[in-house]
Structures are given as structure tokens and as C-alpha cells.
Design a protein around this ligand. Structure first.
Ligand code: CDP
Length: 218
């Protein structure tokens, strides 16, 4: 059985990994899975159902209830990108039962990329460490918390939209703290990951640096 190449792109919130993953997938002709969207979908389905995200059992049930159709529906919902959803995702993603429920979907995507694509790009927090530990290419994308908060602030509309930078920065720190200190699948670079700090790099330079690594590895 031939296995298709997987490019694992991990990193903290607003590190630019989503944009990078999209460009890499397009350049390589690979299928793309934004795994953060799956955790956001769990959080959003709970918010929609009026459930408390601190309810571990309910979170697990919400994750288990996600099939491809429900994922498509929730990921198309504009509320998926809201900060409230991100915070909910960051809470439910710490529950082992939730991560377990989403594991098979992610591995299935990597093994059989949709549309018969030649390979898959998965972006997330634990792709290189837990989901696809044998991925031939592992990138860990990072940037300083201030730079990431600034990016997220602009994404949310900045001053004109009445966004409070201090609040965005505080949320970013809270999410980093939860993502890196949770007991199960914390956010850490895989031992064999190439770390790219893009605090000083624009999207084009980050893409070139990533493609250099990919060409060298594949
Ligand atoms: O886009 P952003 O980086 O802000 O967040 P995201 O990638 O959409 O992920 C939302 C939340 O889901 C993160 O804060 C993580 O707690 C969680 N997550 C995770 O635990 N594992 C993944 N593979 C992806 C996301």
C-alpha cells in the first residue's frame, strides 16, 4: 500500500500557519485540513446548543456527533471565526475524549486525501507529534505573542471595529497558556520539526522558507 506524503504544520494561534498551509497545499496540489476548525466546530455546536463548554461529557458527545456533513455545515458558519468560538475550542480541545473523537477523522484525511490529491497538508497543534508522527515534513510556525496579537487584532477589524488590543493580547496569552500546558497533546514542536519564526517575515518570505524545507525533505 502506498502512503501519500503528509506535510504537518503546527504552531500557536495567529502564527500565520493557516495562510502558509493554504499556500503550500495549493503549490503542491495537496488537500488541506485546518484541524483547528474541527475543535472550533465542537465549541460552536455546544454554544449553539446552549451547553456549557466546561461539561466534559457534553463536549465529548458533541465531538463524537460530528460527521463530514455536520463539519461542513459548522465550518461554513461565520461564527466559527469569532473569538468566543476560539476560546471554546481551546477549552474543549484540552479534553482527551474530544481529541480522541477527532483523531480518526484527521488520520483518515491524511491517509486518503479527498479528491484523490497526491498528498495532504494538515495544520494544527499536534499534527507532527500525535496525529501524523511519521509525516515526512514537519514545520512548526511561530512568532512572538505581541506580533500574533497584532495580527489577530487586525483580522478582527482593529480600532475601527472597536476591537480592544489589550483584550486580544490577553486572550492570546490565555490560549497559549492552555495550549502549551495541557497534559494531553500540548503544543510543542516535534523533535524532528523545522521551526520557522516568522515574527520578522512577511507571508511571501515565510512561504519561500517553508517551500525550501519541503523541497529538501520530499
Ligand atoms: O486560528 P487560531 O490559531 O486562532 O486557532 P485554531 O487553529 O482555529 O484553533 C483553535 C483552538 O483549537 C486552539 O486554541 C487549540 O486549543 C485547539 N486546537 C488543538 O488543540 N489542536 C489542533 N490540532 C488544532 C486546534
Amino acid at each position: 500500500m502506498s502512503t501519500k506524503p503528509v506535510i504537518a504544520i503546527d504552531g500557536p494561534a495567529a502564527s500565520g500557519k493557516g495562510t502558509l498551509a493554504r499556500r503550500v497545499a495549493q503549490a503542491m496540489g495537496y488537500a488541506l485540513l485546518d484541524t483547528g476548525a474541527l475543535y472550533r466546530a465542537v465549541g460552536l455546536s455546544m454554544i449553539r446548543a446552549g451547553q456549557d463548554v466546561r461539561d466534559v461529557e457534553a463536549a465529548m458527545a458533541a465531538a463524537q456527533a460530528l460527521d463530514a456533513d455536520r463539519i461542513a455545515e459548522l465550518t461554513a458558519d461565520p461564527a466559527l471565526r469569532q473569538d468566543e468560538t476560539a476560546q471554546a475550542a481551546s477549552i474543549v480541545s484540552a479534553y482527551p475524549g474530544v481529541r480522541q473523537a477527532l483523531l480518526e477523522f484527521q488520520r483518515g484525511f491524511a491517509a486518503n486525501p479527498p479528491g484523490g490529491a497526491a498528498g495532504a497538508v494538515l495544520d494544527g497543534r499536534d499534527i507532527g507529534t500525535v496525529i501524523c508522527p511519521n509525516a515526512p515534513v514537519k514545520l512548526f510556525i511561530t512568532a512572538s505573542v505581541e506580533v500574533r496579537a497584532e495580527r489577530r487584532f487586525r483580522e478582527l477589524g482593529g480600532d475601527t471595529a472597536g476591537v480592544d488590543f489589550a483584550a486580544v493580547l490577553a486572550d492570546m496569552r490565555a490560549r497559549d497558556e492552555r495550549d502549551t500546558t495541557r497534559a494531553f497533546a500540548p503544543l510543542v514542536p516535534a523533535e524532528d520539526a523545522v521551526v520557522l519564526d516568522n515574527s520578522e517575515l512577511g507571508p511571501d518570505a515565510a512561504f519561500q522558507a517553508a517551500m525550501d524545507v519541503i523541497r529538501a525533505k520530499l
